[in-house]
Design a protein around this ligand. Structure first.
Ligand SMILES: Cc1cc2nc3c(=O)[nH]c(=O)nc-3n(C[C@H](O)[C@H](O)[C@H](O)COP(=O)(O)O)c2cc1C
Length: 167
């Protein structure tokens, strides 16, 4: 895979950070927080992953706000999340924002993450022990798929060819 950047916000239990670390290890990717995006040259990266835990059915605000300010025209991106229920529909808001920023969304990953918030507190929480070793293996496997997909057929040309002088 070409150079990969993984942007992760993991504010509650470190659940999504475990997933991001597994992905970064597989892809030899650089990891960063949403607030660092402004100071990075995104041109350098062939593929960028965006992920966080889920609060109230969507990714954390810090990540959504940062993505809303980016121009990702022509960039391959993927999304990931962890949540108490592991519902992949929670990734929809972020996917919509990325598409609006001009990106091609080439991958979508989620897994469960332990959650002791709200009504689940009295039961001692849900998804205890997640992400577990199977979840992290799935995250690594997902990155291998991303690698294969972007190597076989880049969905977006790396550089647009200028064939005529610009008038
Ligand atoms: C304020 C709050 C809201 C949450 N909302 C949801 C939710 O809507 N659906 C869900 O399945 N899990 C929800 N969760 C659980 C988290 O998404 C889950 O614990 C996640 O793995 C935390 O990721 P992190 O440790 O990387 O921050 C919520 C947790 C908190 C603290």
């Amino acid at each position: 895979m070409g150079k990969c950047l993984i942007v992760c916000e993991s504010l509650c239990y470190g659940n999504t950070a475990k997933v991001a670390n597994a992905m970064a290890e597989t892809a030899k990717a650089r990891l960063c927080r949403a607030a660092q995006l402004k100071s990075l040259n995104l041109e350098k990266y062939e593929i960028i992953g965006f992920g966080s835990g889920i609060a109230y059915g969507r990714h954390y605000d810090a990540l959504l706000k940062a993505v809303g300010q980016l121009n990702l025209h022509g960039k391959n991106v993927f999304v990931f999340s962890t949540s108490g229920t592991g519902n992949i529909q929670y990734n929809s808001t972020l996917i919509g924002l990325l598409k609006n920023s001009g990106a091609s969304v080439v991958g979508n990953f989620t897994c469960r993450g332990c959650d002791t918030f709200g009504p689940f507190q009295s039961m001692g929480g849900i998804s205890k022990g997640h992400p577990d070793s199977d979840d992290l293996a799935a995250a690594k496997n997902f990155m291998l798929q991303m690698e294969k997909q972007t190597a076989d057929a880049p969905l977006v040309p790396r550089r647009q060819q200028i064939t005529e002088p610009i008038k």
